[in-house]
Design a protein around this ligand. Structure first.
Ligand SMILES: Nc1nc2c(c(=O)[nH]1)N[C@H]1C(S)=C(S)[C@@H](COP(=O)(O)O)O[C@H]1N2
Ligand SMILES: [Mo]
Length: 545
């Protein structure tokens, strides 16, 4: 009984106390959001001074990428492709917005609690920034400074919002005066945030201006060993087939970098050291470019590529033979008694990629690439120097924004992806893809060109076959081979009858091994299975439907 009465009493007092405060909820939300904008803007400016990766949204995004279970990441890559990074940033901004609203609403009830929530969020950003590979203590600064500013703005705005009307003023009039004052404060905070945020962006661009200029200044020397011209028959003339050489702007991009590292070529250096290195090297780009360069066409593909997927591209690379450089450093492959079987490449953004020393030194054109299709590497593809090794997936061979090569063993060290359920060894699996017709295309009955690409880098492609509706395999015509390290185009003319049909493709590599039809996912060492495309063939004009 007593308790009930107590409850009633509490209830009435709360209802009595609430109406004014409840009206403050939208105001509190505005306070929170504006305070968050101010904090983010200041953090942006601070991160331009520290480094772009330290900006809170980027830092949290990077930390999320590092910790995302492999299944979720593969799902995101499958569903959203390269847009997954944008969606991640959007998601973080949404969460941030929700927390900002909560902090604002909390602050109008109990200011210290709201401010504490803002502070917690600043700590989350700082912790995320510090958790990134290559983090430095000052990476925490943008989030911390942002949180302090955000808390200050929240304090001011909430104060203005909840200030009681001046004594003696007519109630209505005073409230509207305060409202106007609050509105002005909000406006001023937003304008200031926009200005500061813009300044941060400009400063960021200024910070990478040196890198941009250094790339413009790179003059790629003529190769000592030029690649022979691509044989004319390598590119089949079938509408809808991939370009034999993938232009840089169309080349797939897979990496963990939420902001593309922009490395200044003038200060870039590469260190080669570790087990069995009798002559450690430390060289700059000028020295690298002074060495004999080779040019070689190599198809690069990603272990995350689904059967039939887009993460494969073919480019003409210019670079230094990695094996020569390693030999100069005194490295011997395990087969010749060397102690290290793993070459760990690391990048300026803290990626680590482990490659078998044996593979790099077995005579293939494993390159420290500086040029891609006749240009210095684009920033997104690893400027100024990256690795490319024919026959291995990118995650075990193709480190971009390279900074260090360390010799060690597979037993002693797991690189970034290996710590995330991917296999230590990643030789490319024989694959083939139907580029045309596209899935659910509706070609007209009669002669339909079925065409695409097949790849088995460093083994080469010897044969491609196509079948319809599980029928007998039919041999496709192959485009000319451009060495063993690139993909090969194929085409087959189909006398297509009307109706729904499924096309399948399989390749045979240069060793005679036929691409397996066993369907396996990308984890841990690359997808297998045959690419299939379902189409509906429309009856020709001469026929009834
Ligand atoms: N620094 C760095 N290098 C990297 C990666 C990365 O995340 N960071 N991803 C690797 C992977 S998984 C692939 S498939 C290739 C892709 O190279 P591309 O983006 O130039 O196509 O880069 C490799 N090199
Ligand atoms: Mo990859």
């Amino acid at each position: 009984m007593d308790g009930e009465a107590d409850g009633d009493l509490l209830m009435t007092t709360r209802v009595k106390a609430d109406p004014g405060r409840r009206r403050l909820i939208p105001g509190g939300a505005v306070c929170g959001l504006v305070a968050a904008c101010a904090g983010l803007a200041v953090a942006e400016l601070a991160s331009a001074a520290v480094r772009p990766e330290a900006s809170p949204v980027t830092a949290v995004g990077g930390a999320v990428v590092d910790r995302t279970p492999v299944g979720v990441k593969e799902w995101a890559v499958r569903e959203f492709g390269t847009a997954d990074k944008l969606l991640l940033a959007l998601g973080i901004v949404l969460v941030l917005g929700a927390v900002a609203v909560a902090a604002g609403v909390l602050a109008v009830r109990h200011l210290p609690a709201g401010i504490a929530l803002v502070g917690c969020f600043g700590l989350v950003g700082a912790a995320a920034a510090l958790s990134r590979p290559e983090a430095n203590w000052h990476d925490a600064l943008p989030s911390l400074v942002g949180a302090v500013v955000s808390a200050g703005v929240l304090y001011l705005l909430v104060g203005a919002l909840t200030r009681p009307p001046a004594v003696g003023a007519p109630p209505g009039g005073a409230w509207s005066m305060d409202r106007r004052g609050f509105g002005r404060l909000v406006g001023a905070a937003l304008v200031a945030s926009a200005g500061i945020g813009y300044a941060g962006r400009r400063l960021g661009a200024y910070g990478s201006a040196g890198a941009t200029a250094s790339r413009a200044d790179v003059v790629l020397p003529e190769p000592a060993v030029p690649a022979p011209p691509v044989p004319p028959g390598a590119q089949l003339r079938v509408p809808g087939i991939s370009r034999f050489i993938t232009p840089d702007r169309d080349f797939y991009r897979v990496d963990t970098a939420l902001v593309v590292p922009r490395v200044d070529a003038d200060t870039w250096r590469l260190r080669i050291h570790g087990e069995g290195v009798s002559n450690p090297l430390d060289i700059g780009l000028r020295e690298l470019l002074a060495r004999p360069l080779v040019e070689h066409d190599i198809t690069l593909c990603c272990v995350s590529n689904e059967v039939g997927g887009p993460y494969v591209g073919n480019a003409r690379w210019l670079g230094v033979r990695l094996a020569d450089l390693l030999r100069e450093a005194g490295v011997r492959p395990p087969s010749r008694g060397g102690p290290a079987d793993q070459l760990v490449a690391s990048s300026v953004d803290g990626m680590t990629i482990g490659t078998p020393v044996e593979t790099v030194m077995d005579g293939r054109d494993a390159l420290l690439a500086v040029g891609m299709n006749g240009e210095p590497l684009p920033f997104a593809h690893g400027f100024p120097v990256r690795m490319v090794v024919p026959g291995l997936y990118g995650y075990v061979s193709a480190c971009k924004w390279l900074r260090e090569l360390r010799l060690t063993t597979f037993a002693a060290y797991d690189a970034y992806w290996v710590r995330r359920s991917w296999a230590q060894q990643g030789p490319v699996k024989t694959q083939s893809r139907i580029d045309t017709p596209r899935p659910s295309a509706e070609p007209v009955e009669g002669r339909v060109a079925v065409a695409g690409v097949a790849w088995a880098q460093h083994r080469g492609i010897d044969r491609v076959e196509v079948r319809v509706d599980g029928g007998p395999w039919q041999e496709a015509r192959l485009g000319a081979a451009d060495g063993n390290d690139t993909w090969r185009q194929w085409m087959w003319v189909w006398e297509a009858p009307p109706g729904r049909h499924t096309l399948e493709v399989r390749a045979t590599d240069g060793t005679g091994a036929v691409q397996t039809g066993e369907r396996r996912g990308t984890v841990p060492d690359g997808a297998t299975g045959w690419h299939s495309v379902a189409v509906r063939v429309r009856p020709g004009p001469g026929r009834k439907a």
